[in-house]
Design a protein around this ligand. Structure first.
Ligand code: C2E
Ligand code: CA
Ligand code: CA
Ligand code: CA
Length: 279
């Protein structure tokens, strides 16, 4: 029995080691990918339902892997967060997105807002506000051309600090959104104190808006809540004409989703803007 136990232990140990090895390999790969500039951004339009025009573009990162092809963010963002590599990666994303917005503006596209996702790990750094303001300075993008998407959980982790950081960002002129709204645990009492401009209704509620009474009630409640707090509401994950029509009829301010457009590379986004941006 003793022998068996020992073998089991070795087996378990070897498995842990294999996982550890894979993580270390992935970490090294991400580091190298940053150096080799293998990350790319795609941009998904958000359409203003009051004007019918593209108002904003959300930057979404992909890894153009030399062997694996286009790797989606969900397969590397969490490891990048755990290892801290999200800090240089996130700064690259923000700088690249701001530069792209400047290039569009110079080409007569816009002026649009560019929205960037930020991780808890970035947001919690004492130099985060300074990083944002130096990216704006370096790229020349006016602060109101940048929107930062935060999640409820990262803001609720340390509310006191988060309100300070959000206020400093707002004072720079940057717009703040709460992403995936409805899936976290932000208290309404705090929501009123957050210097934010937008609530993004999570796509899980939008998806079931027609089939499920609860989802529909949640979406309607979020629209009311946002408007009562003088915030805009964006619905994400809008895939069908009937979802689009319903949300428009209920006063949702902006929509984002495959119904209007998938995330696009910068050139395709510019072409789409040419067709729809001014309608
Ligand atoms: P998210 O911020 O909630 O972004 C929305 C996700 O939904 C994107 O997936 C987008 O492509 C997808 N989506 C958009 N419209 C539709 C639709 O109509 N139907 C469906 N089913 N999906 C739709 P993506 O690009 O794979 O990104 C996944 C997540 O990865 C993002 O969720 C965000 O949390 C994270 N992420 C992406 N880029 C970055 C980044 O630069 N930094 C950080 N920290 N996280 C990022
Ligand atoms: Ca987002
Ligand atoms: Ca989201
Ligand atoms: Ca999400």
């Amino acid at each position: 029995a003793k022998q068996l136990g020992r073998n089991n232990f070795q087996f378990y140990d070897a498995q842990l080691n294999a996982e550890g090895q894979a993580r270390l390999q992935m970490e090294a790969d991400i580091r190298l990918a940053l150096e080799r500039e293998e990350f790319v951004l795609q941009y998904q339009p958000k359409v203003d339902l009051h004007t019918g025009r593209i108002a904003s573009a959300e930057a979404l990162v992909r890894w153009r892997h030399p062997q694996k092809g286009m790797v989606p963010p969900l397969s590397f963002i969490s490891l990048a967060e755990e290892t801290g590599l999200i800090v240089p990666l996130g700064a690259w994303v923000m700088r690249t997105a701001c530069l792209q917005n400047m290039a569009w503006r110079q080409a007569g596209i816009g002026p649009l807002r560019i929205a960037v996702n930020v991780s808890a790990r970035q947001f919690a750094r004492p130099d985060f506000v300074e990083t944002v303001s130096s990216i704006l300075r370096e790229t020349g993008l006016p602060a109101d051309g940048l929107e930062i998407e935060l999640t409820e959980s990262m803001v609720m982790e340390d509310v006191g600090n988060a309100i300070g950081v959000m206020t400093a960002l707002r004072d720079l002129g940057v717009l703040l959104s709460i992403d995936d709204f409805g899936t976290g645990f932000s208290s309404l009492a705090y929501l009123k104190r957050f210097p934010i401009s937008v609530l993004k209704v999570d796509q899980s509620f939008v998806r079931d808006i027609e089939k499920d009474d609860d989802s529909r009630m949640i979406v309607l409640s979020i629209i009311d809540l946002a408007h009562n707090l003088k915030l805009k509401v964006v619905a994400e994950g809008v895939e069908t004409a009937s979802q689009f029509d319903y949300l428009r009829s209920r006063g949702c301010d902006e929509i984002q989703g495959y119904f209007f457009s998938r995330p696009l590379d910068a050139a395709a986004f510019a072409a789409l803007y040419g067709k729809h941006g001014e309608t």
